[in-house]
Write a protein of this length. Structure first.
Length: 159
């Protein structure tokens, strides 16, 4: 039986040569890194998601609350967690970055908590009142309006 043999082209101490790919990657992965992966298991994806969302540091939550004032951080974190658990075919590595992006999108979509809308509405009402007061000051009196109408009719009759 003939096994496939892969070679890669490498440079060792300034000399270029072909080497067995399997041996090379074994060396790079195990020997060169000096990391032993025996008896080390990676947690399942669901467990990693649960661990992240149950242990978000308070300083991170505070930073998110300051960055996204009109977003309910707790609720959006629950939504993002549910999305991650429901879409395992689109697994993410950096849950913090994913959640930040999720919150940013929630902020762009208007969030859930109104931000000082009363202040903005009151400001517009005040501006409208000021405009109306100025308009009334400049407006003609009823006698002046009648005089303008009379002159307009006379000028139209002359034509």
């Amino acid at each position: 039986m003939n096994k496939m043999f892969n070679e890669i082209f490498v440079r060792v101490n300034g000399k270029e040569k072909w080497v067995d790919a399997k041996k090379y990657f074994k060396y790079m992965f195990e020997d060169y890194n000096k990391v032993s992966y025996s008896n080390k298991l990676i947690d399942p994806y669901n467990t990693r998601v649960d661990k992240f969302y149950s242990n978000i540091p308070q300083h991170v939550l505070k930073a998110w609350r300051n960055a996204f004032p009109n977003v309910d951080i707790t609720q959006e974190c629950l939504k993002s967690k549910a999305w991650l658990l429901s879409n395992t075919n689109k697994a993410k590595k950096d849950f913090s970055k994913f959640t930040y992006n999720w919150l940013a999108k929630a902020m762009q979509n208007g969030g859930q908590i109104p931000v000082q809308l009363d202040y903005k509405i009151e400001k517009k009402i005040k501006e409208q009142k000021e405009y109306m007061e100025k308009a009334e000051e400049v407006a003609a009196t009823p006698d002046e309006i009648q005089e303008i109408i009379r002159r307009t009719k006379e000028s139209m009759g002359n034509k």
